[in-house]
Design a protein around this ligand. Structure first.
Ligand SMILES: [Zn+2]
Length: 260
């Protein structure tokens, strides 16, 4: 398959996946409030989908490509392991440097600390949409259309609760419903950017493919472990969070098998 069509597919698919964020964000116009319990459950569901997408649509293809490239399963495992650690390490580095403090300025009706907590959450979701887009973009590597589509569907699905959570959080600190929805939608626009970067990387340098898939997997694992799981286990909803994650995982696993 031509490099240009892989790039076009990767970009279009990641743009479609970001529509999930749009749908979820617009949900704020009807669903004005989410209980903490509901929010923890929804975000855990998203994390479960991300987790399964990481394994079935990124790590397995990464290992396949690497084994074909290097003619050795052992070497393939090492390359993919290194790629995962690089992806996670890069995200860690970016996280350390994100200037969250910029958003501490107060606003009427909400305490400064609550406002900055909400903005931290908005930034966190926005940031994590980049590796998600990257994942979708690299998912089409080598013209593997079904793999790319199953990733785009899974990522798109888990964007719905994420977009809703972002917009409802903004509404709760005093932004108007329309503004909350718009900021939520904007947080999803990072995704096609990631998609384009990923698709260009894998289609211009074939040797880069297992690395890119593994890198995206590491970035996703970092976010799930560093952000979503601790966040959703903080408010006494651990059991719900755990089972929502498992439920999201099996949904994505079934989706992956069904589309393959
Ligand atoms: Zn996500």
């Amino acid at each position: 398959m031509e490099a240009s069509s892989v790039i076009l597919m990767g970009f279009t698919a990641s743009l479609c996946a970001s529509m999930g964020t749009t749908v979820g964000s617009l949900g704020v116009l009807t669903i004005r409030h989410l209980s903490r319990r509901m929010e923890d459950g929804l975000l855990s569901l998203a994390a479960g989908i991300m987790l399964a997408a990481t394994f079935f649509s990124l790590l397995l293809p990464a290992l396949d490509h690497a084994t074909a490239d290097y003619n050795s399963e052992m070497l393939s495992a090492f390359v993919v392991a290194l790629g995962v650690l690089l992806g996670a390490g890069t995200l860690f580095f970016i996280h350390q440097r994100t200037p969250h403090e910029h958003f501490k300025t107060g606003r009427e009706g909400a305490s400064a600390s609550r406002l900055s907590r909400i903005w931290l959450f908005v930034i966190a979701i926005t940031l994590h949409n980049f590796p998600e887009g990257l994942a979708v973009g690299v998912g089409f590597a080598g013209g593997e259309i079904t793999n790319g589509i199953s990733l785009a569907v899974g990522i798109g699905l888990q964007n719905i609760p994420e977009g809703l959570a972002v917009s409802v959080a903004l509404l709760s600190v005093g932004y108007s419903p329309m503004r909350s929805a718009m900021i939520g939608i904007a947080s999803g626009l990072v995704e096609p950017v990631g998609g384009l970067v990923g698709a260009v990387a894998v289609s211009t340098m074939a040797a880069f493919m297992p690395w890119a898939l593994a890198f995206a997997a590491g970035a996703m694992l970092f976010i799930i472990s560093d952000e979503i799981i601790p966040e959703t286990h903080q408010n006494g909803n651990q059991n719900l969070a755990t089972f929502s994650l498992l439920f999201g995982f099996v949904i994505m696993m079934i989706l992956d098998v069904a589309l393959a």
